[in-house]
Design a binder for this molecule. Structure first.
Ligand code: ADP
Ligand code: MG
Length: 141
C-alpha cells in the first residue's frame, strides 16, 4: 500500500550551532525520506510561542522558546511512506538518554531540551506545521 505522507522537520539551534545540518540530513535521506522544501531562518519569539503553543502550560515552555530563538533553525518538509512515524523513529526519544542507538537524538542531542530536531507527531499536526512555514508553491516534491 502506498501511504505517502509529509511531515515537518526542524533542525534546532543546538545542531545548527555545531554545523550538523548535513549530518542530520544525511540520516534523514538515508531513511528514504525526501526533503521537499527547506529554509534556514531565525524565529522571532512570537513565532516560537505560536509554533509551540500546544506546550504553553508546560513548565519548560518559556525556556523552550528561549532555546528555539537562540540561533538559526532549518525548517523542512519531508515526504515519504509513513513519513510522520518514520521520521519520529529516526529522531529517537525526546530525551536523548532514552533514544535508541543510531537515532539522530542519540547521536547528536545535548539534552532533553537541546535535542537537535523537531518532528510532527500526527498527520493532522504535520499539515498545520508545514503550513506554518511553507506555502503550497514551496512544496515542489
Ligand atoms: P518531541 O519533540 O519529542 O515531540 P515534546 O513535543 O514533548 O517532544 O516537547 C517539545 C520539545 O520541548 C522537545 O523536543 C524538547 O526540546 C522540549 N522539552 C520536552 N520536554 C522537556 C523537558 N522536560 N524539559 C525541557 N525541555 C523539554
Ligand atoms: Mg512534539
Amino acid at each position: 500500500m502506498n501511504d505517502m505522507e509529509r511531515t515537518l522537520s526542524i533542525i534546532k539551534p543546538d545542531a545548527t550551532r555545531r554545523n550538523l545540518t548535513g549530518k542530520i540530513n544525511a540520516l534523514i535521506e538515508s531513511s528514504g525520506l525526501r526533503i521537499i522544501a527547506q529554509r534556514r531562518i531565525q524565529l522571532t519569539r512570537t513565532q516560537a510561542e505560536q509554533f509551540y503553543s500546544v506546550h504553553k502550560e508546560r513548565a519548560f515552555f518559556g525556556e523552550l522558546c528561549d532555546f528555539m530563538i537562540s540561533g538559526t533553525v532549518v525548517v523542512q518538509a519531508l515526504e515519504g511512506d509513513n513519513a510522520v512515524a518514520k521520521y519520529r523513529e529516526i529522531m529517537g526519544a525526546t530525551n536523548p538518554a532514552n533514544a535508541d542507538a543510531g537515532t539522530i537524538r542519540k547521536e547528536f542531542a545535548e539534552s532533553i531540551e537541546a535535542n537537535s530536531v523537531h518532528g510532527s507527531d500526527s498527520q493532522e499536526n504535520a499539515a498545520t506545521e508545514i503550513a506554518f512555514f511553507f506555502s503550497g508553491l514551496d512544496l515542489v516534491g
